[in-house]
Write a protein of this length. Sequence first.
Length: 168
Amino acid sequence: MSATTPISEPGRPAPTGAGHSPEGRSVEGAKRVPLREGLFEMPAALDELPRLIGVRCPACGARFATPRVICLQCAHRGLERCALSPTGTVWTFTIVHQQPPGSVMQVPYAIAQVELDDGPIVSAALVETPLDAVRVGLPVEMTLHTVRHDADGNEVVAHAFRARQGAR
Ligand SMILES: [Zn+2]
C-alpha cells in the first residue's frame, strides 16, 4: 500500500448552511434566547451541550437541580450555583397522547425523568428520538429546541433531551 493518508486539519469541520455561532447567534442574525432566564446555560461553543443550572454543596459535593439553601445529604448551609452534567440516562418516562393546554410539543411525545451523570433527576421532554426507542436506561444528552419566535425574530428555546449519538 503506497497510498498516503490525507492530512486533515484538527478540530471539527466548519458548519455549513444555517447554523448557530458559539454566541448563539444564527448566521441570519437572529438570536437564540432562553424561554426562561437562569434555567440553563447556552452552549459556549458549537461542540458543547447546553447545561441546566443547579446548586452544589461545597462540603460533600452533592448536586441538586432545584435551588436550595441546605444540603439534603450533609445539612451544610450555603450551596453554590453550578452547571449540571449535560448527559444522563432515562430514569423513567411517560408518553403523552393528549395535548396539554399551552404545550408547544406535538403529541405523541415522551416526557422523561432523566438522571444526570452527576446525580440530580430532572424532568424534560425527549426530542429527536423515535418513541419506540425510548426506554429506561437510554443514554441521553441535553439539547435546545425552538418553541416559538419572538417579535424580533429570535428563536425562543427550551431545554429537552435526546438520545445520545450511537445510543439508540
Ligand atoms: Zn452536602
